[in-house]
Design a protein around this ligand. Structure first.
Ligand SMILES: Cc1cc2nc3c(=O)[nH]c(=O)nc-3n(C[C@H](O)[C@H](O)[C@H](O)COP(=O)(O)OP(=O)(O)OC[C@H]3O[C@@H](n4cnc5c(N)ncnc54)[C@H](O)[C@@H]3O)c2cc1C
Length: 379
């Protein structure tokens, strides 16, 4: 098969890869996205917080993603069955939209910008010369010579490995996560409720559409073996101890399929090398309790798009721009990862959790908090 060239090759068609492809396509660059799966990812995050919504608004996409999505502006937190605080989101709140739907909208927008997508195409070889990615060989035999390469290929990034960038993955071993999709009940339709227990359990219940809800359960791994082997009655017995204002969901849990989710934090020593850079979960991963991974990734894609475009195909200039504008993103990511670690470590202890909780980071992320502290109400 012939070798072809492109301005930018993006490996991975998740939110980060698709959004960056859209921004670069709009700037007139010739972009190819390589995705190992048969389509964009089928499952993932559900919440897009205000900073991410603002990024999309800057690019004329807020209306598109908010149409048919759900907006919420309040989360109520409980500990051992009692309400302990409420977190209110100003200015229209946050968006609930299943990951596949969100990414699909951005992917569909890419078609108008001439971005090429290669699905079912893994990377079989990455030719690197003196720190510069020269050529990618795809599993379908195609060879691609890109000006710039982006590893938006998730936590196990093949691009990161090929660049020999060191990473540190820390699984959250004390908290095993399971998720089920169930019919929407009245209490879940009314309010997002996040329950913690001093026994190391959590349960988060929220709607994902007009008739379906998601139930996230976090539990100590030793309980998982017992509970999910013994079946749903054992799970319900545990949940009834601390899930107090959502009992109408219990019946719906009976036939639910509980998917197990592995959650880890990820830190890497560098975000770029030569003509290649990492984006999204290839560059950092934090605990989902922050609800901010997508927001930061969208902003990172904006910065990358500006740097790649300003470099105009000049490798040295690209290196300088990425060093000056993109590498400093590690400070914001580190702060978010540390925050996720603190939430995951403290939630069984009511006072420690309330002390660790930062409404500014939770609502506004890295953006400066407003002069008035955001509404966080003890209940
Ligand atoms: C359980 C959980 C819940 C979360 N909830 C939220 C939330 O509510 N709000 C929020 O903001 N963030 C949340 N996050 C974080 C959010 O999911 C990430 O920030 C976001 O998905 C990053 O997007 P991405 O494009 O980097 O990665 P991904 O969506 O992981 O996309 C990577 C893509 O690369 C492809 N790929 C991998 N390897 C290769 C290869 N070698 N060749 C080709 N393709 C490849 C994969 O198939 C995949 O399509 C959550 C994370 C987890 C784990």
């Amino acid at each position: 098969m012939a070798t072809t060239s492109c301005d930018v090759a993006i490996v991975g068609a998740g939110l980060g890869g698709c959004f960056l492809a859209l921004l670069l396509g709009r700037r007139g660059l010739n972009v190819v996205v390589i995705e190992q799966g048969p389509s964009i990812p089928s499952a993932g995050a559900d919440f897009l917080k205000p900073p991410g919504l603002r990024v999309l608004a800057r690019h004329g996409l807020a209306g598109l993603v908010e149409r048919h999505g759900l907006k919420r502006d309040l989360i109520r937190y409980y500990h051992d069955g009692d309400p302990i605080q409420e977190c209110r989101f100003p200015d229209g709140g946050f968006l609930i939209r299943p990951y596949h739907e969100l990414v699909e909208l951005i992917y569909a927008s890419c078609a108008m910008e001439g971005v090429e997508f290669c699905f079912d195409a893994g990377i079989t070889d990455i030719a690197i010369d003196d720190g510069h990615v020269e050529e990618l060989t795809l599993s379908n035999g195609r060879r691609l010579r890109p000006g710039v390469v982006i590893g938006a290929d998730g936590t196990k990034s093949a691009i990161r490995q090929a660049l020999d960038i060191e990473q540190r993955t820390m699984p959250y071993e004390r908290l095993l996560m399971r998720v089920a999709t169930v019919p929407l009940s009245a209490s879940v339709a009314q309010l997002n409720r996040l329950y913690f227990s001093s026994g190391g359990w959590l349960a988060y219940l929220y709607p994902i559409s007009r008739d379906q809800a998601r139930v996230f359960v976090g539990l100590p791994p030793e309980d998982d073996k017992e509970i999910f082997q013994e079946g749903i009655p054992a799970l319900l017995d545990e949940l009834k101890k601390f899930v107090t204002d959502s009992s109408d969901v219990f019946n719906a849990l009976q036939p639910a399929t509980w998917q197990r989710i592995k959650v880890s934090s990820l830190r890497v020593e560098a975000y770029h090398k030569g003509n290649a850079a990492l984006l999204g979960s290839a560059a950092f991963a934090c605990h989902p309790m922050t609800g901010m991974g997508m927001s930061y990734t969208l902003h990172d894609a904006e910065i990358l798009a500006e740097a790649i475009s300003a470099a105009g195909g000049d490798d040295d200039r690209l290196d300088r721009l990425l060093y000056a504008r993109y590498e400093p993103r590690r400070h914001a990511h580190r702060q978010l990862i540390d925050y996720g670690d603190a939430l995951a470590a403290t939630f069984p202890d009511r006072d420690a959790y309330l002390a660790a909780f930062r409404a500014d980071l939770h609502i506004f992320g890295e953006a400066a908090a407003p002069a008035q502290p955001p509404a966080l109400q003890p209940t």
